[in-house]
Design a protein around this ligand. Structure first.
Ligand code: SF4
Ligand code: SF4
Ligand code: FES
Length: 360
C-alpha cells in the first residue's frame, strides 16, 4: 500500500509516496536534477548516470531516477553535495568529449524538444577541458526512410529510443548494437527502418534528449525558431493533442506535448506526426467547387455547391432508387459532423447506406 512519507532533499522536507523515485519527488518539489535517460513513460534504466545523488547511509552515489523513496531518507543533490557536483562535472565533460560541439565549446543546439538536454546540463556545469575522443559510431548508410534521420555524433547512448520502441510502441525495430566506443543505434543487419518492423511513429525522435534522432524535413529548425499552436489531430477519432510548430506562417513540424499532460501521453502515430504537408499543398481545396459543363471544377458559393449536390443525389434516387445512394463520412470530421451525415442519409434520403472511414 502506498504511504505518504517525509524525506529531506538538500535539507528541505519534501512529501513523497513510498514506491516513487527520488527523481519524481524532487521534480514535484521544484528541485532540478539533470537527466538524459529518464522518460516518464519508460521503466527506469539508470543508464546515463546524470541523475546521481548522495543518499545518507549509502556508500555510493545512487541514480535518483531508479532509487525509491524510503521514510526519513536524506538526499543531497549537486546544490549541497560537493561529491555530486564533482561527479556531474566529470561526467558531462566525458559526454561532451565525443559529442558535436559548437564554436563556444558547448554541445550544439538541435531540434530536440525542448532543446539539447546535454547542452542545458553543460551550461549549468563546470565542465573540464577534456581532449575530444573518437567514437566511430555509424548511422545506417542505406536507410532510405523519408522521415527520420539519425546523427550518431549527437547520440549519448541513453537508449531512450530503443526502450520507447520496445516498451511503448511494442515494435523493437531499433536496438543498441556494436560494442565499446563503436556502440550505436542500429537495426537488425543495419538495414533501413523501412526494412524493419518500424511503424514510423516518430516516438524515438520525440524521446531523444539530444536531437540525435530528428525529423528529416525539419532537421535544422530549432525549437526557438518556431511558435507552437496546440491543436487536436484530425486524422481519427482518438483526439490526440499535438503542437503545430509554425515558422513564417507555415507548419514546419508537428511535436507531441510533454508526456503526462494530455490523453495521448506524448505519443503520436505516423499520420499525426509526419503527414502535415497537405496543410499548404497547392492542390488542396480551400473553397467549394462544382464541376461545370466543361468537366472542370469551378469555385462557387457554399449555397450553390450544396444545392448542386442535393439535386444530383435526388436525381439518382428518382432514377435508381434510394439504395443507389451511399454516404461515406470521414474520420477527420467531428462526432457532431458524422452524426449529421447519418441524419442526412436516413432522414433526407431514406437510406441506411452510411459509413465512416475510421471503421476500416
Ligand atoms: S519510429 Fe517508432 S517504431 Fe520506428 S524505430 Fe522509432 S519508435 Fe520504433
Ligand atoms: S538516439 Fe537519442 S534516444 Fe537514442 S540512444 Fe542516442 S541519444 Fe538516446
Ligand atoms: S536519468 Fe538516471 S541514470 Fe539516467
Amino acid at each position: 500500500m502506498t504511504e505518504v512519507v517525509s524525506i529531506k532533499i538538500d535539507g528541505r522536507t519534501v512529501a513523497a509516496r513510498t514506491g516513487e523515485t527520488v527523481l519524481r519527488a524532487a521534480e514535484r518539489a521544484g528541485v532540478t536534477i539533470p537527466t538524459l535517460c529518464d522518460d516518464k513513460r519508460l521503466d527506469p534504466a539508470g543508464a546515463c548516470r546524470a541523475c546521481l545523488v548522495e543518499v545518507k547511509g549509502q556508500r555510493r552515489l545512487q541514480p535518483s531516477c531508479h532509487w525509491q523513496v524510503q521514510p526519513d531518507m536524506e538526499v543531497s543533490t549537486d546544490a549541497t553535495s560537493e561529491r555530486v557536483k564533482r561527479h556531474q562535472n566529470v561526467l558531462v565533460s566525458m559526454y561532451m568529449a565525443d559529442h558535436r560541439l559548437d564554436d563556444t565549446g558547448l554541445p550544439v543546439e538541435t531540434a530536440a524538444e525542448p532543446g539539447n538536454a546535454l547542452r542545458d546540463w553543460a551550461k549549468s556545469s563546470e565542465s573540464l577541458p577534456l581532449e575530444p575522443v573518437d567514437a566511430p559510431r555509424v548511422a545506417r548508410p542505406g536507410d532510405k526512410n523519408p522521415y527520420i534521420t539519425f546523427q550518431p555524433d549527437l547520440c549519448v547512448l541513453c537508449a531512450r529510443c530503443t526502450r520507447y520502441c520496445d516498451e511503448v510502441e511494442g515494435v523493437n525495430a531499433i536496438t543498441l548494437t556494436d560494442r565499446g566506443s563503436a556502440t550505436t543505434i542500429g537495426t537488425s543487419g543495419m538495414t533501413g527502418l523501412l526494412d524493419t518492423t518500424c511503424e514510423l511513429c516518430g516516438g524515438c525522435i520525440d524521446t531523444c534528449p539530444t536531437g540525435a534522432l530528428v525529423e528529416t524535413k525539419s532537421l535544422n529548425i530549432l525549437p526557438r525558431d518556431v511558435e507552437k499552436v496546440r491543436t487536436t489531430c484530425n486524422y481519427c477519432g482518438v483526439g490526440c493533442q499535438m503542437d503545430l510548430n509554425v515558422k513564417d506562417d507555415k507548419v514546419v513540424r508537428v511535436t507531441s506535448p510533454e508526456p503526462g499532460t494530455t490523453l495521448n501521453d506524448g505519443n503520436l502515430c505516423i499520420k499525426g506526426r509526419f503527414a502535415y504537408d497537405f496543410i499548404h499543398h497547392q492542390d488542396r481545396f480551400t473553397e467549394p467547387m462544382v464541376r461545370g459543363q466543361d468537366g472542370k471544377l469551378h469555385p462557387t458559393t457554399w449555397e450553390h455547391a450544396i444545392q448542386t449536390a442535393a439535386e444530383g443525389l435526388k436525381r439518382i434516387a428518382r432514377k435508381h432508387g434510394q439504395d443507389a445512394i451511399g454516404f461515406v463520412s470521414s474520420s477527420r470530421c467531428t462526432g457532431e459532423e458524422n452524426y449529421l451525415v447519418q441524419k442526412i442519409a436516413r432522414a433526407a434520403f431514406a437510406t441506411g447506406n452510411v459509413h465512416q472511414c475510421s471503421a476500416t
